[in-house]
Design a protein around this ligand. Sequence first.
Ligand SMILES: NC(=O)c1ccc[n+]([C@@H]2O[C@H](COP(=O)([O-])OP(=O)(O)OC[C@H]3O[C@@H](n4cnc5c(N)ncnc54)[C@H](OP(=O)(O)O)[C@@H]3O)[C@@H](O)[C@H]2O)c1
Length: 329
Amino acid sequence: MNPVNTKPYKLPDDATWLITGCSSGIGRALATLIASKPGHRLIATARNPADLSYLPDDNSGNILKLPLDVTSRDSVDAAFASAAEHFGAGFHLDVVVNNAGYSLSGDTEAATEEEAHLEMETLFFGTARITTRALEAMRPSPSSGRGGVIFNISSLAGLCGFPGHAYYHAAKYAVEGFSESVAREVHPDWNSDASLDNTLHVNNPAALLNAQERRCVCLNVCIVEPSGVKTNFEGHSKARIRPHPAYAAPDMPARRLETYVNMGIQSGVGMMRPAAVAEALYLAASRGERVPLRLPLGATAWKMGTAKFESLLRDFEAVKDVSGMGEQL
Ligand SMILES: NC(=O)c1ccc[n+]([C@@H]2O[C@H](COP(=O)([O-])OP(=O)(O)OC[C@H]3O[C@@H](n4cnc5c(N)ncnc54)[C@H](OP(=O)(O)O)[C@@H]3O)[C@@H](O)[C@H]2O)c1
């Protein structure tokens, strides 16, 4: 298996960030945080740029507000072209955050083709569209790329499947598989830690400096898996499938989960602040260490993710004889 994100990443002092879905929630919290960092450049995007008025109008030109609908290739192309034009020669992207999204909830049997496709288009193809553009901009090259970090906001829902959200889970699982494959697909020379063994450079400061500089030229993909965050997600960003009569009884799994989730949202217990999620992303990019391939965020995500993989191991063990098909595993 190709190793991923093997090299410590050093966030440049003048890092340029591009974030999708900055009108509210996690995107807004992260855009606010990056806008407050001296020297950093921010490309904040939203379907409706008027929703970005909370950001200062920055005379230094370090904050750029752009329209971007992740479901539209034309919109993505236009945003990347505007950013390149605004920042001019030497434009590079250091951190890209695929955050835009909404959840399609309800009885899977009743979902229309259009509802299912729009969910996949937004969460998965939107992420794929921006990721491939980001790779192009970040890939080490003499003219442009200097490496970077692509944060793809998945969810605990990208690790565990719960009833009544099949297309949301399908899209987040797709983000996970796509991101992991892309992370393994980049050339190992773009992300090798061979030169970072400082002991090799102890008597050769120039070589050490060179190695440290090379820390920037690495391409990292990080799949972010938050559990509940106190945003508008359950209101503003929830599309509901027409209820299916076969699933209406209050003891159906999806109805029971709805009750449980609503109680959790009302109490706020275990829910994270969007600003805390923003801080965690900034820390993962800026702490000068290896960027993790997966970043569960919140105790619920960590515990439920761990339980999921432990149960997967038990399930694998239970079918070992069948899987081996007569061979010793
Ligand atoms: N909140 C949670 O509990 C939670 C947990 C795990 C993961 N997440 C993930 O976190 C991400 C952000 O969600 P949030 O909780 O911050 O919710 P939110 O406050 O509702 O924000 C969602 C953002 O996505 C934008 N968006 C939706 N469709 C878009 C499109 N086609 N093009 C561009 N932007 C689009 C929305 O813009 P508009 O204002 O134009 O609609 C909004 O800015 C989502 O990917 C979500 O799946 C959330």
